[in-house]
Design a protein around this ligand. Structure first.
Ligand code: F6R
Length: 604
């Protein structure tokens, strides 16, 4: 997702900022920009697309002498990836870069009553700052006071750097919910939204805590907490290499992405729970309400999300939902409901089969919606509406955080639709919203659970196959658990509805058949239990994932108790992701780049 860099000093700033932004490229972006303040004034350069476009625009321009500079790579959330929407955003004498989402930007824009140049939520920050500064005459350090007042106006998540012609040699900074760090070196002060741009420039970094803000010059900073009390900065050593920095201390990108899921889920919810209801501004009720049915279509992991989504849409919104594998759908001359909605789900937005499926649905006149992680991708361009997944770039070929983002977004869609149809009120609605609010904590990896999975994994490196079994929502999760395992461990694994085992696969049961039983307390527990008992009676080795002790389990991975099935779903998801990863690690496989697989499947 978006990246931030900043620099105050005497060294050439353009090459520093571009170098820093290149270190953040792996996060994904669709436009970039920098702003520099020198003796001859403030200049801003922006370009859509790759950093090379920005570099071309800059030509051989470089700073000379003292400079204060900020830079940004933007991954569009509010407004298309255009030059106007790219950061930095400026007004008369200031420029700002921002990561995160300003939830109350609509209200702030209305209150400011001034023309805006972009569609972004971020632009309000620079307007607010200049407005506050104009009002603060006669106070000590008016710019610092204006910056503080600006932060007080903002709701949501942010990492912010702001520079102003009135304040040469100073960068105002703030962090709430989005990471930001800074380090001092001989050449001056450097900022970045993750370690990688700082590696090689500084040896230590100050990692801002949530709520911290302040101002820095080339040699020092003043730091405050959320309550405005000055705090003592303390630094930590930076990683030694930028690759290590990009993995942020994790062994693999996949591991980092599993651990990142709470933040992704929080980003997805930002701005979408308002006045006790789910709000999806991208859709609008007028568009959604006339729709009579929904077809969800996708491939691989995204198909598993679609399947989970179909359970949620029927249950919460009472909309008939069917699910299609895109590669099958294309050629089977499907008959579609012309008043229905066709939803495609894709991390990359470039999967050939999914792209053709949406084109086919359009020829039959259906309304279309894409759930996609990449703005401006081919699938997003085809779809009438889009819900961006906000997962940030996914580096691991085996999808993890994109899947949880897809499922959460589908859950939001089901709730929004159910609300609109008047089906979710009172206690039921309150239970759903409370569960949504809890989901971030549920996905936080428990150290003890990870250690247990690491230990257990050594027992499951052989055998003639794995069956992941579950019922209801836990059936798509079983499919996803099996896919994760086979993709990176190269062991045979299948996901199966637990109740179906006796109709055939139980013939395989023996001690070398490893059954991963998703035994959710909140959903058909007794039924799954008897399905597992049937397997155990035939000597299958049982690994239960459950809140409950289960005597017949050879191994139990215990999760925390929840009343809501979606919370059990998300905690079990972390378990199956980690289990696949730890088995693959023990087998010595390349976890991030498994054999034969590509991240984006642009061929049939
Ligand atoms: C599995 C995985 C694949 C993708 C599938 C669809 O970990 O990543 O199964 O889910 O190739 O890709 P997208 O979602 O990009 O359309």
């Amino acid at each position: 997702m978006c990246g931030i860099v900043g620099y105050i000093g005497h060294e050439p700033a353009v090459s520093r900022l571009l170098g820093g932004l290149r270190e953040l490229e792996y996060r994904g972006y669709d436009s970039a920009g920098i702003a520099l303040l020198q003796a001859d004034g403030l200049r801003c350069f922006k370009a859509v697309g790759k950093l090379s476009n920005l570099a071309a625009k800059l030509g051989d321009f470089e700073s000379c002498g003292p400079v204060t500079a900020i830079g940004h790579t933007r991954w569009a959330t509010h407004g298309k990836p255009t030059e106007a929407n790219a950061h930095p955003h400026g007004l008369t004498h200031s420029q700002v870069v921002h990561n995160g989402i300003i939830e109350n930007h609509v209200a702030l824009r209305a209150a400011l009553q001034t023309p805006f140049l972009s569609q972004t939520d971020s632009e309000v920050i620079v307007h607010l700052f200049e407005r506050h500064l104009a009002l603060r005459t006669g106070v000590e350090d008016p710019a610092l006071a204006a910056f503080r007042a600006t932060l007080d106006d903002l709701e949501g998540a942010y990492a912010i750097l702001l520079i102003s012609e009135t304040e040469p040699g100073r960068i105002f900074f703030a962090r709430k919910g989005s990471p930001l760090q800074l380090g001092f070196a001989e050449g001056g002060c450097h900022f970045a939204s993750s370690d990688a741009p700082l590696v090689g420039l500084c040896t230590e970094a100050l990692y801002l805590e949530d709520g911290q803000w302040g101002v820095a010059n080339a040699e020092a900073l003043i730091l405050f907490d959320a309550l405005g009390r000055e705090v003592e900065p303390s630094s930590r050593l930076l990683p030694a290499t930028s690759l290590a920095a990009r993995k942020e201390g994790f062994r693999y990108f996949m591991e980092k992405e599993i651990y990142e899921q709470p933040r992704v889920l929080a980003d997805i919810l930002t701005g979408r729970l308002r006045n006790g209801a789910v709000v999806l501004d991208e859709l609008g009720l007028q568009w959604l309400l006339p729709i009579s049915s929904v077809t969800l279509c996708a491939c691989g992991t995204s198909y598993h999300a679609a399947l989970a989504g179909s359970y949620l849409l029927e249950r919460l919104a009472r909309v008939p939902a069917r699910v299609e594998i895109a590669s099958e759908f294309r050629y089977r001359e499907p008959v579609l409901d012309p008043t229905g909605l066709f939803v495609v789900i894709s991390q990359s937005g470039e999967t050939a089969d999914t792209l053709e499926a949406i084109k086919l649905a359009k020829t039959q006149g259906l309304a279309t919606l894409a759930l996609c992680n990449v703005d401006n991708s081919s699938i997003v361009r085809e779809a009438a509406r889009t819900l961006l997944l906000r997962a940030g770039i996914e580096k691991g070929v085996a999808s993890t955080k994109a899947f949880s983002a897809q499922v959460l977004t589908l859950w939001l869609l089901a709730l929004y639709w159910g609300q609109a149809r008047g089906l979710l009120a009172g206690e039921r609605h309150a239970i759903e919203l409370a569960a949504l609010n809890a989901v971030r904590d549920v996905m936080r990896v428990q150290r003890g659970t990870h250690e247990r999975i690491q230990r257990l994994s050594k027992r499951y490196l052989h055998g003639h196959g794995f069956f992941f079994i579950g019922r209801d929502l836990f059936y798509p999760l079983a499919l996803e658990g099996a896919l994760k395992l086979k993709e990176i461990s190269y062991l045979h694994a299948e996901g199966y509805p637990a109740g179906e085992m006796k109709h055939g696969p139980i013939a395989l049961a023996d001690a070398e058949l490893f059954t991963i039983a998703l035994m959710a307390r909140s959903s058909l527990y007794e039924k799954v239990k008897s399905n597992v008992e049937e397997l155990s009676a035939r000597e299958a080795t049982i690994i239960a994932i459950s809140t409950e002790q289960f005597d017949l389990a050879d191994d139990l991975i215990q999760i925390r108790p929840y009343a809501h099935p979606m919370l059990e779903f998300f905690e079990m998801l972390v378990v199956v992701q980690l289990l696949a990863m730890e088995i693959a690690v023990r087998l010595g496989n390349d976890v991030d780049m498994p054999r034969n697989l590509a991240k984006s499947v642009t061929v049939e």
